[in-house]
Design a protein around this ligand. Sequence first.
Ligand code: SF4
Length: 486
Amino acid sequence: MLSKSQFLKYIQCYKYLWLYKFRRDLLPEETDESLQRIFDEGYEVEDYARKLFPKGVKAEGLYETAKKNTDKLIKDGNKVIFQATAMANSLYAMADIFVKNGDKWDIYEVKSSTQVKDIHVIDLSFQKICFESAGYKIGKTHLVVINTSYVRKGKIDPKELLKIEDISSDVRNLISEIKLNIESALKLIKSPKEPQIRILKQCSSPYECPFIDYCWKDVPDHSIYSIACGLSEKKLNELLDQDILEIKDIPEDFLTRDRALMHRHVVKHNKVHIEPDKIKEDLNNLKYPLYFLDYETFSPAIPLFDGYKPYQRIVFQFSLHVQEQPGGKLNHYEFLAKDFKDPTEDLLKALRKFISKKGTAISWNAMFEKGCNSEMAKRAPQYASFLKSVNDSMYDLMLIFRKGYYVHKNFHGSASIKKVLPVLIPKLSYKNLNIQEGGTASDSWKTLIDPDIDKKEKDKLYKDMTDYCGLDTMAMVEILKFLQKI
Ligand code: SF4
């Protein structure tokens, strides 16, 4: 059988479907934590969507069982079925919400997305084809998505949180194309021969493919895929047509952007590019005391607290290293919200104690911290002038690297602190930490504030999270010191 989720894999990349059918042994053993959070969030949104249809009943089970239960619920006269299932002509689909409308059935697909995307139209087209093959008359096809203008006030109101988009005409326009694709996908899963495909953007779009480790095993370290600024699919194809896979082999006149040209230069000549005068000029703007500041945030689809919109960031943690004068002692301050309540006021109260109006706040990718400050100022206006002064003094240390004043081939075309730190300050490493990247730190917060978590686990998580955020600011301290020596 070809299920809907398998067909969507085929649409992303036909090899993805083939590997999924024939080489599941290559899949990672554990589900990625952030992926799991996306799934959990999806289930939560679906629960709210079901509340829009209070008379709905669920067809329990999977495959044959779910199909039989669907048939029975329909026979019993139910007009709204959750997880209605159809199997026909080697196709298998489950509709999130299946609603009787006259002599037809309407399909509602629930997504925790904020807008209709091409992949959603493909998803519903597949469902319509499958249900029609099974003998149902399908009327309208809808997408239930998150309404971004909703602001939580008290209990979540599903009618406000969600909006329903009728995408019937988009689906109608796509049906014949999807039928052709289904035929090809069904042929593919009968073939024992592994298909070949060029590695292009499909590996991470629209979703990260779990077979990357397998397919990318022969991609060299400094490959055309990682050149600074990236290359369009057309340009990647042009290089692959000439069997060019390494940055060093890209013809110079092929690249137009300065950062990409510089990246090619440092890889080809195995040299580090440094512009000391520009670095010095930039760093001359810093005024002591220096406040190395980093926030961690959590952005749930369903707002946790009043005043928040869907996906709006909750700033729940900061790490702050303060240096009063050049070469002076370093003080570290931190805050991490432990309880299930909006942390904005407590966090700002703590932060204001340590940052005065004099000096410079330093962040990495400061647009992020500035944006958080502007949002917090709206929620806590009594801190607005403090947050404005922090933003006015903010210096973005990442820009030294983004502007190409210091380029090392092992940054791999990136200006991320995770790429820069191990090259410049190898003794400081995220590798020794239990939490090694922002996504995990963010996901951990929901667990930390869960009132049911046991104390031992909470204390451990608290330590892991403060270690991670603390290293982010310590990394900036050390990188600045390194640059000042230049
Ligand atoms: S890693 Fe890329 S090429 Fe390989 S199966 Fe996934 S999407 Fe296809």
